[in-house]
Design a protein around this ligand. Structure first.
Ligand SMILES: *[C@@H]1O[C@H](CO)[C@@H](O)[C@H](O)[C@H]1NC(C)=O
Ligand SMILES: *[C@@H]1O[C@H](CO)[C@@H](O)[C@H](O)[C@H]1NC(C)=O
Length: 386
């Protein structure tokens, strides 16, 4: 019995030693490495250890292929390519598409440039694709929608341009999409149906928030759209998306907020940032009906009128920023009871009697002349001049 198991062990060891990475995976890895500038491969890095006189999947990996790769248990196929942030520069070889058993491709925080090859769409087992913080240019290849197993896609912090592909909607396994900090233009297309998190911060997206883009993404919890050029109204249905918890629309060109009372079934909306837009009208009082809302920013818009009493009575509210508008009247006294439970600011408005002792009242209110001009003399219907 003992001898038998020893024999088995020896057999399995020798099979490991003789295991061979499939020729097509091997050629893909060689091509991948040769598209990277040798001068950008530091001696201590993962790629420096890729010595092709040794088999990449052969164990144990002491000095060769010591990091960056994982193989399947049979040691025949590459399943993960996760590079270290060593500053590699070069392009992404299209032959990478031969690694058809790859589930994770992560090249974050390097200096890869050029196009994202559309051949990447052959990686049909890919679940995680992270090319964050590189220098990729060109458009997002529409063929990316062939990645039917893709759950997480992070192409943020590159120089990608053009429209978001309409085919994104076909990424039916996608849970997390981050395309922030690129140069994407055009409007937001129809989003994948199972998305939980959407981040498109700091691009040049324009157009309106269209119901058809969001309608089928019923699981969306986090929507980060700040620092774009979205225009028009922030519509009522947007705040009532069934799973939404966080909405960031700061630093866009929105001119109106429409908000209806939270449905009786409740809402999980926790945080809304609409700061630094061009929103006119009164403070939208219906925000006060959202049972979980704890952070709201409407700062630096063109809001007028008084601060609704309801805002000072919200039990969940922790951070409220209404500064930088043209709000008038006396702020509700409830804000200043019980040791200022709310943080934020009501400053830089046209309020009267905001107690200087409260941190909420900093910075100081606008000069009288500015407020007078904003409200016209007597009629009170003039648009604020900003
Ligand atoms: C690559 O591995 C072979 C075989 O182990 C070894 O002889 C050679 O020196 C290695 N080359 C480098 C550059 O480390
Ligand atoms: C919006 O812009 C302001 C002013 O430039 C900046 O202070 C703020 O951090 C930005 N907010 C977001 C969420 O981008």
């Amino acid at each position: 019995m003992k001898i038998f198991s020893l024999l088995l062990l020896l057999l399995s060891l020798s099979s490991l030693a003789h295991s061979l990475t499939s020729p097509s995976d091997l050629s893909a890895l060689k091509s991948f490495k040769s598209a990277i500038k040798p001068s950008s491969i530091p001696p201590w890095s993962c790629l420096a250890s890729w010595n092709f006189s040794v088999d990449p999947c052969a164990l144990p990996r002491r000095t060769s292929f010591s990091c960056g790769l994982l193989c399947n248990p049979a040691a025949t196929r590459i399943t993960q390519l996760t590079l270290d942030p060593a500053g590699y520069s070069g392009t992404l070889s299209p032959l990478l598409s031969r690694l058809t058993q790859l589930t994770v491709l992560d090249l974050a925080d390097n200096s890869f440039s050029g196009l994202i090859p559309s051949a990447i769409s052959s990686l049909s087992n890919l679940q995680i694709l992270i090319l964050r913080s590189n220098s990729f240019t060109g458009a997002i290849p529409p063929s990316i929608s062939n990645l039917k197993s893709l759950e997480s896609l992070d192409l943020s912090h590159n120089s990608l341009a053009g429209n978001l592909p309409k085919s994104l909607v076909f990424l039916s396994a996608l849970r997390r999409l981050d395309l922030s900090f690129n140069r994407l233009t055009g409007s937001i297309p129809k989003l994948p149906p199972n998305l939980l998190e959407l981040a498109l911060k700091r691009n040049s997206l324009s157009g309106y928030l269209e119901k058809s883009s969001f309608l089928e993404s019923t699981q969306l919890e986090v929507i980060e759209l700040s620092e774009n050029s979205l225009a028009g109204t922030s519509p009522a249905w947007f705040f009532l998306l069934p799973s939404v918890q966080q909405i960031n629309l700061a630093n866009n060109s929105l001119t109106r907020v429409e908000i209806s009372p939270a449905a009786a079934t409740g809402s999980d909306l926790v945080a809304v940032d609409l700061g630094f837009n061009r929103i006119e009208g009164n403070v939208p009082v219906n925000f006060a009906s959202y049972p979980a809302l704890s952070a709201l920013s409407l700062r630096y818009n063109r809001l007028r009128g008084t601060i609704p009493l309801e805002f000072s009575q919200m039990k969940t509210m922790k951070r409220l920023y209404l500064d930088g508008n043209f709000l008038t009247g006396k702020p509700p006294a409830e804000f200043f009871f019980g040791g200022d439970p709310v943080s934020g600011s009501l400053g830089d408005n046209c309020l009267q009697g905001c107690p200087q002792s409260s941190h909420l009242c900093a910075p100081s209110q606008k000069p009288n002349a500015v407020c007078k001009e904003a409200y016209g003399s007597g009629r009170g219907k003039g648009k604020p001049m900003t």
